[in-house]
Design a protein around this ligand. Structure first.
Ligand code: TRP
Length: 365
């Protein structure tokens, strides 16, 4: 079996550090491992429209932002196919057939969709396209025969739903589609990076994030203003490390050599945490250390982004070529799906000749 990756993001905002540790970093590692027969990275603009039908401009503007974020992270168009979802009409076609394999009740049980419906206040007036986007996500994944889907844990219900659709399809129409597996970040911190305000999740809607495209000055300002332990008022006060986002970010980003270079006197993060717990370690000190660490991590991204920003038409060309390539693959899968279902009339010589015989017989008798 081939090893194929598909994943993507909705272009409803710029990508942030949560996306970076939760998924983007892993994608680049997988890409550079050379172990894959195909890597498809999709800008899910059609899915973004499922709750932005009247706000297309937002989606249009963010397509290029997300593309630049991908390229900045090190997704290499020579190794990975970056494409725009709406440019692959076959994905709609597959969705239409897959919808018959899912019940409305099952869609309403999807925990991520449920949470999003609450968050958006849809209540009883849920757009049908929104409720069914997990089915279109099954089309995105299966169209490329992807067996590996690198995502954050909020996407697990989508992968589960895709697996159910694949099993149902294959059992009705015969082995046709590949059942995918999610590939999650190695640790919990990376799965769910909290916001700068200490809230459960960094998210564009809460505006509590550090964006990959932020300038060094913006990043510093955000980090220096971060939420810490609200009871740690004076340097001498003992502090709490748990649920203190500065330490959570350090857990996610700090490597042993960072301490040597930026904050000598501590051999590892545990020593730093112990000092904070004991008291005598100020928030400013840990925040500036975090700032050094994050700035270093994002520096190569910024350099690559600046290069691509100089030639935006070229970035659109990368997307055009990626979309052509992706369409080619998706259209072959769609042919396979239609023949499995039996709606490939014009290629089915057997059907045509049998029908011809049937009607010839009727004329004679
Ligand atoms: N739902 C994903 C997001 O909100 C985007 C997405 C669309 C996706 N289709 C996908 C992710 C297929 C993985 C696989 O960002």
């Amino acid at each position: 079996m081939k090893n194929i990756i598909l994943t993507g993001d909705r272009p409803t905002g710029k990508l942030h550090l949560g996306h970076y540790v939760g998924s983007l970093k892993k994608r680049v590692e997988l890409q550079n491992s050379g172990k894959f027969d195909g890597i498809f990275i999709m800008i899910a603009d059609a899915q973004a429209l499922s709750d932005n039908a009247d706000n297309v401009e937002k989606v249009r503007q963010n397509v290029i932002e997300v593309a630049l974020d991908y390229l900045a992270c090190g997704i290499d168009p020579n190794k990975s196919t970056i494409f725009i979802q709406s440019q692959i009409p076959e994905l709609c076609e597959l969705t239409y057939y897959f919808l018959n394999l899912v019940t409305v009740a099952r869609l309403q049980r999807n925990p991520t969709v449920k949470e999003e419906i609450k968050l958006r206040g849809f209540n009883k007036s849920i757009p049908a396209g929104f409720l069914t986007y997990p089915v279109s996500q099954a089309a995105d994944i299966t169209a490329f025969d992807a067996n590996i889907v690198p995502v954050g844990d909020d996407q697990l219900p989508m992968i589960e739903q895709t697996r159910e659709i694949v099993r149902s399809f294959n059992s009705i129409y015969g082995e046709t589609l590949v059942e995918p597996n999610a590939s999650l970040p190695e640790n919990d911190i990376c799965s769910r990076l909290p916001g700068l305000d200490g809230k459960a999740k960094m998210s564009k809607s809460l505006n509590n994030g550090i964006y990959l495209a932020d300038s060094p000055e913006e990043i510093k300002k955000k980090i220096m203003g971060m939420f810490t332990d609200p009871n740690h008022l004076k340097v001498e006060d003992p502090g709490t490390v748990e649920n203190n986002p500065v330490f959570t970010y350090l857990d996610a980003f700090c490597k042993p050599n960072h301490l040597q270079r930026y904050l000598a006197g501590y051999n590892n993060l545990d020593e730093l945490k112990d000092h904070y717990r004991r008291g005598g370690l100020g928030d400013t000190k840990i925040k500036s250390f975090l700032n050094d660490v994050i700035q270093e991590e994002l520096m190569p991204l910024r350099t690559r982004r600046e290069e691509y920003q100089k030639n935006i038409p070229q970035v659109y060309k990368i997307l055009l070529e990626g979309s052509r390539e992706a369409r080619n693959v998706a259209s072959q899968t769609t042919q396979r799906v239609k023949s499995a279902i039996g709606i490939n009339y014009f290629e089915d010589a057997d059907l045509i000749s049998k029908q011809a015989q049937k009607f010839a017989h009727q004329i004679k008798s």
